[in-house]
Design a protein around this ligand. Structure first.
Ligand code: FE2
Length: 438
């Protein structure tokens, strides 16, 4: 007898399996026909995936678009200036309110783990206090990791380093940084040596806004990889953005990528944000400003797609849908081979979970009973449709559900309803196996 069975679903690897849940754990996976349960969800033919994971976000700024005014130039630097005004007027309650509203959106979309940077630059550290309270409130259903992020630079602001240490003492989980925003290349590199030492001493992970620049000479990632090796931090270090790699000389990159792979660090690309923020100083041709995703993956580096911003000084759109992120990334990185598209789905699920070091993640016996049922038949179809999340289960509890919403049609001689799904087999259309997907 299970508490909950999710019946008849298709896992991302193409297997059909029922998921039996007891308490907050997956107790069984396979053919559970005949088993009893307190509740049965009929997911026949629907994609059942582990939850979406976003390893790079800014929860302190979320849903603040237009305050104090919109970002007219659309650049990273104007966004930073606007945020610099907003963070000193926003109250703790207001920041908690915006962040909690966003976490509701996330849960409704099956996004159940988020790593958020928190600005530690202002002396008042109100954002840190607010985000720690949000972390406490959402803990029953959403894994929220908080990064101490010196937005104005670790050394560029007088109290930058001291405030970062204070924020870590208050309980933030990850050490952040922004070397390309320090005054000089040398000071940027020195912050990385400093931050990696702090992380090693405290036993914390590292996640750096690194080389978010179109400047091909912005090469802080090599220092980050070197310091990762020096302290043996391996899989605990992530380089976020890494957009300068787009513009770097190919010969230099042929040395850099093996160094990144050797270090064991991971990489995070933010395609919605970088396709809009980067290349703003270019005329034509205009650079895409995305890091070298396929090339890093080919070298064995784990790369994730992340969201970064939603309705804030840097980005005027967004909906907590990690499939939007993967869809944009797939286009900009030209990852259109079926295996690459399937990889894009894994990037917003299991690859991101690896980057965040999530324990108990995945669809297997003994793992946390967290999953999302999508109105799609397989991962590539999910990417194509960015469909409704029919059920979201977090640690054994159904936290969101949405009725199936087929479109009623009124065309003579044609079907009465459609869902835009291409299959499953038997409906007169080619199904997953016939088009080469798992
Ligand atoms: Fe960011």
């Amino acid at each position: 007898m299970f508490d909950l069975i999710v019946k008849g679903g298709i896992l991302p690897d193409g297997r059909r399996a029922d998921v039996g849940i007891t308490g907050a754990r997956i107790a069984a996976l396979g053919d559970l026909s005949g088993a009893g349960a307190g509740r049965v969800i009929d997911a026949t033919g629907d994609l059942v995936s582990p939850p979406f994971v976003d390893p790079h976000f800014h929860l302190d700024a979320v849903l603040s678009h237009g305050r104090p005014r919109i970002n007219a130039s659309g650049t990273l630097l104007e966004g930073i200036a606007l945020w610099g005004e907003l963070r000193d007027t926003a109250t703790i309650d207001e920041m908690i309110g915006r962040a909690m509203d966003y976490c509701d959106w996330a849960a409704s979309m099956g996004l159940l783990a988020i790593r958020s940077h928190v600005d530690t630059s202002p002396d008042h550290l109100r954002g840190v206090e607010a985000m720690l309270e949000v972390q406490r409130r959402v803990a029953p259903y959403l894994d929220l990791q908080l990064v101490a992020f010196p937005q104005d630079g670790l050394y560029r602001r007088p109290q930058g380093r001291e405030n970062l240490l204070r924020a870590l003492d208050m309980g933030l989980d990850v050490v952040g940084g922004i070397p390309h925003f320090e005054r000089t290349m040398e000071e940027g590199a020195e912050t990385l040596r400093d931050l990696c030492r702090i992380a090693a001493d405290r036993g914390l992970p590292v996640d750096i806004h690194c080389d978010e620049s179109d400047d091909p000479m912005s090469r802080h990632v090599e220092t980050l990889a070197r310091e990762t090796l020096r302290h043996g931090l391996g899989g605990r270090v992530a380089g976020s953005h890494l957009t300068s790699m787009h513009s770097m000389d190919n010969y230099y990159v042929s040395k850099l990528i093996p160094l990144i792979a050797e270090s064991g660090m991971t990489a995070i690309s933010n395609p919605l944000i970088n396709i809009t923020l980067q290349g703003r100083h270019d005329t034509f041709p205009k650079r895409r400003g995305l890091t070298r995703v396929r090339e890093l993956q080919a070298a064995g580096v784990t790369v994730g797609w992340a969201q970064d911003c939603i309705l804030d000084p840097w980005y005027p759109l967004g909906s907590a849908d990690m499939l939007d992120v993967a869809f944009m990334g797939m286009h900009v990185a030209q990852m259109t081979h079926p295996e690459e598209m399937a990889r894009c789905f894994r990037m917003v699920t299991e690859d991101n979970a690896r980057i965040m070091g999530l324990e108990g993640y995945g669809l297997r016996e003994g793992a946390a009973a967290s999953l999302v049922v999508l109105d799609a038949g397989h991962p590539v179809e999910a990417l194509r449709l960015r469909p409704d999340r029919l059920w979201v289960v977090s640690r054994g509890r159904v936290v969101a559900e949405k009725p199936r919403n087929d479109t009623k049609m009124a065309l003579p001689g044609r079907p009465g309803t459609i869902r835009r799904r291409h299959g499953p087999p038997g409906r007169g259309q080619p199904g997953p196996a016939e088009v080469g997907y798992p």
